[in-house]
Design a protein around this ligand. Structure first.
Ligand SMILES: Cc1cc2nc3c(=O)[nH]c(=O)nc-3n(C[C@H](O)[C@H](O)[C@H](O)COP(=O)(O)OP(=O)(O)OC[C@H]3O[C@@H](n4cnc5c(N)ncnc54)[C@H](O)[C@@H]3O)c2cc1C
Length: 394
């Protein structure tokens, strides 16, 4: 079988399509294999951080995302007991980003924006109903087995990016371990069109509400609020998914308000795992295929997009003979270490903070009282600090 001069990408989620868009922009031919018959409509990630918006701007995706989303220049921490305890405003880091705000929009909006821009561009191909099953490689090529409409096909190309999500077939086919743990708690997301602004004065689009018994966070997207609750292990999945259970939880959000209109409820398991390596020969892992974490702080998809941008910049240089293949090891060094050092640590700490309202309140007030600490804190929350740290890692 002849080897195609192309990069293969498994998965047309936000990470796979950002990788594709970056490579095509750099003149590298790409084929994306997507298991689904169309782009996923699942609404998981809804927060895009400032440096991610900076990166998406170069792909022409930030302005369409803003047009379809909400700009959130500030976010708040609250406790159930005290109400608002701290508000942070991204204008304090306006010297470090061209987008000193978050954008609240579903990840399925980004994938559609990217695919619309990619279609028809020279070098871009996408195959739906095409599930990666196996990977083999030698010194100059990588061969993938794809199940397409029930039949197995093989294709050989130059490099492979596995962006096929948390259950990544690429990671399994490469035999890469996915170390970490699964929390015993689960996360229930309840979406409602109820207008929380009308009952909570001064509410921002992103709010984390700490409570020792049951914390939640309130995120606004166009037309809906998503309220996320941590569910402890003593409640069964069957109990959680009932309408009554969701209403009981929602009744704890604003005292005196009950019987919400509920648009969707979705239950998620929550994991903290990082792949043992992000590179094996001519194959790479990126996004949820490489690392998963709890959604507190919105770092999963954002970190995955940062992986895709880091990797594809190096791969384009190697493709065009501007760098040797050893350059690609720096992707693993930088992105795996920042994932372990910062993203995993911070998302675990974010969960602990919401469970300990009093110490959390004191630590936030100390940060707020000191402009230098506020600046550093915003760099961390916005993920600019992880990108700076990646550069330091060489
Ligand atoms: C409730 C919740 C809220 C979240 N909120 C945020 C947030 O606000 N901000 C944030 O940054 N992150 C958030 N996340 C995490 C975020 O959703 C993920 O990190 C993100 O979806 C990862 O993108 P991805 O492209 O790596 O994988 P995915 O989005 O999972 O996409 C993988 C794609 O690969 C395809 N695929 C799977 N297997 C194969 C195969 N074998 N062959 C070919 N294709 C395949 C799938 O069909 C899919 O299209 C949240 C997660 C949850 C659960």
């Amino acid at each position: 079988m002849s080897v195609q001069d192309r990069v293969f990408i498994a998965g047309a989620g936000p990470v796979g399509l950002v990788a594709a868009a970056q490579l095509v922009r750099a003149g590298v031919p790409v084929t994306v294999f997507e298991a689904g018959g169309e782009l996923s409509t699942e609404s998981r990630a809804s927060t895009f951080h400032p440096p991610t918006l900076d990166m998406l701007e170069t792909l022409g995706a930030t302005q369409p995302l803003i047009a379809q989303g909400l700009v959130a220049p500030a976010f708040q921490y609250r406790t159930k007991k005290d109400g608002l305890i701290a508000q942070f405003d991204f204008s304090a880091i306006a010297d470090a980003t061209a987008h000193p705000y978050r954008v609240q929009a579903e990840q399925s909006k980004l994938t559609r924006i990217l695919l619309d821009r990619l279609r028809g561009q020279p070098g871009f191909e996408i195959a739906f109903n095409s599930r990666l099953q196996a990977v083999a490689q030698d010194k100059s090529s990588v061969t993938v087995t794809i199940e397409h409409n029930g039949a197995a096909q093989t294709h050989s190309g130059r490099w492979l990016i596995g962006a096929d999500g948390a259950s990544s077939s690429t990671r399994r086919a490469l035999g890469i371990e996915f170390d970490g743990f699964t929390w015993p708690d689960r996360l229930l997301v309840v979406s409602t069109p109820f207008d929380f602004h009308s009952v909570i004065p001064g509410l921002t689009a992103v709010n984390y509400v700490a409570d020792a018994e049951r914390w939640h966070f309130l995120l606004q997207i166009p037309g809906l609020w998503r309220v996320m609750f941590l569910i402890k292990e003593d409640v069964t999945d069957e109990q959680i998914v009932t309408h009554e259970f969701a209403q009981t939880l929602m009744a704890t959000v604003v005292p005196g308000i009950t019987n919400y209109e509920i648009s969707h409820t979705t239950l998620y398991k929550v994991h903290q795992r990082v792949a043992k390596t992000f590179r094996l020969g001519r194959a790479f892992l990126a996004g949820d295929a490489a690392h998963i974490n709890n959604p507190l702080g919105g770092m999963g998809m954002n970190g995955g997009i940062h992986d895709a941008v880091n990797l594809t910049a190096r791969l384009s240089d190697v493709w065009h003979d501007r760098a040797g293949e050893a350059e690609l090891d720096r992707y693993d060094t930088q992105r795996r270490l920042v994932t372990l050092e910062t993203i995993q640590t911070q998302t675990i700490q974010n969960k602990k903070n919401l469970e300990s309202p009093e110490p959390f309140r004191r630590s936030l007030q100390a940060i707020k009282a000191d402009p230098a600490r506020t600046y550093d804190y915003l760099l961390r929350v916005s993920m600019l600090a992880t990108l700076r740290r990646a550069e330091e890692l060489g």
